[in-house]
Design a protein around this ligand. Structure first.
Ligand code: ATR
Length: 282
């Protein structure tokens, strides 16, 4: 029997709480093995009160890279030495590279969202978007869309103040941000549907089957492209399918955020199809 670890094996991992549901250990380790790299990727359950100690541990144990998930993505920034541009705008880091104890934080969620979207929509910049939500996931999506050159984004959120804060924070990213991002309340979604091509849900609404809908999904038109970043067939996506829309769940975003993390850590092109196959296995 050939054992795939030895004294030279490099360790990567994911920290989160909870973390047991994460697919990253499987698909990242599959990617390492597929390229013949002597690396392994493990789940680390870290309670919020232990985050700082865990990051010290990453350095002390020479763990080469980590992914960071709920609830640590924002808090982890405090303990990172250098933040890439997208982390400064998004305010959250999901990927950390450890260079001999010097930590660099990245956010690969926005790359993941854009690369995933390109699978059903190759040209993005000329489309009009409705993005629902104004949390960390929404910031990653909005950052990606603005970097792609999208000019029309309606942002709907229960708490409008959070959308206004994004507009304020993104002022230095694009000086026309006030013309690009239009805040609306959830109640106004339906009257804005006519003016958008792509609908994106970034909220957690739909994760549970009993969640009430964000708006009247019967108002979706078959010309709409519908994306839910939740990794399952939500009611929103069921409605989109029924109307005959092009639609996508959270799998492509999950895949490509991992692809980008792999490439940041290894400097090598990720085996995307190997990773996709692992993710698609139930
Ligand atoms: P994440 O990092 O996953 O984006 P978050 O920062 O907590 O998580 O943001 C959650 C998003 O889901 C927010 O847009 C939130 O709306 P508020 O800003 O008004 O809180 C939205 N959300 C969560 N539960 C919701 C609900 N029941 N109805 C409407 N929006 C909801």
């Amino acid at each position: 029997m050939e054992i795939p670890v030895n004294g030279n094996t490099e360790v990567y991992g994911i920290i989160g709480y909870p973390v047991k549901h994460s697919k990253s250990p499987q698909f990242q380790t599959a990617a390492f093995f597929s390229l013949g790299l002597n690396c392994i990727y493990l789940p680390f359950e870290v309670k919020p009160e232990n985050l700082q100690a865990a990051i010290e541990g990453v350095k002390a144990l020479s763990i080469k890279g980590i992914n960071v998930t709920v609830p640590h993505k924002e808090e982890v920034i405090k303990y990172i030495d250098e933040l890439s541009e997208e982390v400064r705008y998004i305010g959250a880091s999901n990927t950390v590279k450890n260079l001999d104890g010097y930590l660099i934080g990245y956010n690969t969620d926005s790359y993941g969202f854009i690369e995933g979207l390109k699978e059903i929509l190759p040209v993005i910049h000329d489309k009009r978007f409705l993005v629902i939500g104004a949390g960390g996931a929404s910031r990653a999506v909005l950052y990606g869309l603005i970097k792609e050159g999208v000019q029309h984004i309606t942002v709907a959120n229960r708490t409008l103040e959070r959308v206004n804060r994004i507009i304020e924070d993104f002022k230095t990213l694009n000086r026309f941000i006030k013309d690009i991002l239009k805040p609306v309340s959830l109640e106004k979604i339906e009257e804005n549907l006519e003016n958008v091509d792509v609908i994106v849900n970034t909220t957690s609404v739909g994760l549970k089957d009993e969640d009430p809908p964000l708006f009247d999904y019967s108002k979706i038109k078959k010309e709409h492209i519908v994306v839910d970043i939740i990794y399952k067939k939500t009611k929103l996506l069921e409605a989109a399918e029924k109307k005959g829309c092009k639609y996508q769940d959270g799998l492509p975003m999950l895949l490509y955020q991992g692809v980008k993390a792999f490439e940041i850590w290894t400097g090598k092109k990720a085996p995307v199809e190997v990773m996709r196959r692992v993710l698609e296995e139930k």
